[in-house]
Design a protein around this ligand. Structure first.
Ligand SMILES: [Zn+2]
Length: 72
């Protein structure tokens, strides 16, 4: 019987932002969600973390970009 949540349990959770160095203080997926992270993906090939996501700060920065185009 293969339970995906057990598979992830065996891997030590570590998270890094796709756009900055944030994430080292995040301990689990629930913690990440509570902090406002989004787009979290399992990334076993990363050298420094096994999950990649978008931290709250960068998510906010991304959210501001499209409004500049709309002002034109
Ligand atoms: Zn970030």
């Amino acid at each position: 019987m293969t339970d995906p949540s057990r598979l992830i349990d065996r891997v030590r959770f570590s998270l890094v932002c796709s756009d900055c160095d944030a994430g080292m203080d995040i301990e689990c997926l629930d913690h990440a969600a509570a902090e406002g992270w989004s787009d979290i993906d399992y990334a076993p090939d990363l050298p420094m973390a096994n999950f990649i996501g978008l931290c709250p700060d960068c998510r906010e920065a991304f959210g501001h970009w499209p409004t500049q185009e709309q002002n034109d």
